[in-house]
Design a protein around this ligand. Sequence first.
Ligand code: SAM
Length: 603
Amino acid sequence: MFLVVEKTAALSLSVKLFILSAEPPLSIDFMHQNKRRYTGVLVRGLFEVLLDHPEGLPIKAALQRCLRQVSNSDSTRVGEQLLRGCVAPIKAGWLLTDGNGFSISQEGKLAYQRYSDPDDFLLRAGKHSLRGWISIHFPEPYFFLGKLRDQFASEYRVAKRIGIKNLLEKAIGTPDSWQEVLPIQAARRISIPGLELASLDSFLADLKQSNLAYGAGGHAVYLPPETIQKTAFRELSKYYPCNAGLKIVRHQGGISDSVYVYKGEGESRLHLKLIHNLRHLTLVANLLYVNGVGPRLHDLVELQCNNHLWTAFMVEHVEKPVTSMDVCQNGINSIRELEQRNLVKIILPYGYEDGEFQCPDCSGNAFMTADGEFRYIDFQNFALTGYGEFLKSVALEAAEASHFGDKSILRGGRYLYQSVPGVPLPGKRNPETRMQILGELMKNAGVSVENRLVLDIGCNVGMMMAQYLKLGALWCHGWDQETVVPHTEKLLYALGCTRFSTTGGVITQSIDLKSELASHLKPHLNGCVVSYLAVRGHINWLDALKEIPWAFMIYEGHEGETAEQSLHYLEEFNKTVPFRIAAQGEYADGDSEPRTVAILIKD
Ligand SMILES: C[S@@+](CC[C@H](N)C(=O)[O-])C[C@H]1O[C@@H](n2cnc3c(N)ncnc32)[C@H](O)[C@@H]1O
């Protein structure tokens, strides 16, 4: 395992010998400017020397030529830096060594020509092996100081667990498109009245004194629902189900400043680097939840506690620690299946051998629902792998069930009615394009979905709900056919949405919309938004629209309907519900013909 480390350590001796005779100084400032780039310059210098000697050179002679211009005082460090930089090209098979001499392979020659930027040259070399990758990304003294070997071994174990392909995707440079656009839902910031939360520790001390339950972990503190009710955090029960618990991230700050694991004493640096940021952790939480091994995540939220900002997860409260070996082992097996399907990887260096995965309690991470179902509560132990493919498969499954309208032969049969962000599949409608126009209309009308409940009637696979959540909607509830909404849910979870719910079934004229809403949503009906997009022709104007105290409606007509016809339908509606048309326009998106759109404000 440490063959290369030992070999390079031995090589450093020859560098030291040589260094005594090294010559004129090179600017130290330059060396500090960009260490990796400079290492790349050194290694490419070695390649240059060796390309003039296709038969190869003894190591000492090759190094001597490279380091000719380095001063005595810098030469030890520079020589070590050069040798460290050789690990990745050696593992890539570009630089050949038999322990005594160096030569360049044909691939090495091509790589030298192709990757002329020194930094790029090293990064490309690092893509060929785990050891090479580590030597590039953790170039500090692992390879030379025996006392840090344990650290190296720890990094190596993490890298091996994750696999080179996933490392390349996750940790260096080339993010998949989903990483840029997900989660699509915007985080809300909620003010907690009358609480100056300057320090979590003193807050916990107060809870202790008042005999209120809490959990204190290394990275987060947890308040169960009964503690939420008895503190200023009861404000949150206006927005989330009453069985929700609050997990406050220990490191103070908003979502972008805050990290789940702040300082991991003795932990692998690669492991820390692989922990998803808080926003991407919502995707992990959703994935565990939909696969029955995690609690439901209700939201990732910023809590404004007077002058202090904190980040927290609102999660379904799961009460009982797991005590049954069977329940735990079944749960862990389900997690193993997710790994086998290449959806997640455990990123702890010892993987399943780590105490956090030892049954029955997994070091306090394994809990049971009232029905005895396993829930693993700490989602930072997982990295998403193959997420782009997963997203595409969820969208493909949805296409067959949810398409509304004709098949397209050109599009390959059934295809999505609404396209999915971050997924390169066609859709008849493009929610992002639609939202740009609708957003402008709302602005002109002086209204916004932010902090409002949105009722999406005929929601299809929920991609307009995703857009409303992106604009900061308080919650979205969607109605569609029974065969469609399971896909709506799967897709919304996969996109990192949490503040939503759905009802499946036939939408009839007399449907009772209110009764389908969870109790924490009912108070928000007052001032809610109704999304009535391309559905009037299918379900007419629902009776419930007369009673619900909506503030405004986002309306879209149908293909082939003229603006006059659309206005005529709105006039009909206006006879039973008083509203004014605050903004009106037309758009054509995706494969759709132009449609009339309007914002109706209730009088
Ligand atoms: C033309 S699509 C519009 C979807 C979405 N509102 C949009 O504009 O992107 C109509 C949607 O309404 C749903 N729908 C139509 N009539 C329905 C009914 N009677 N019951 C349940 N869903 C219905 C369809 O399943 C479909 O998803």
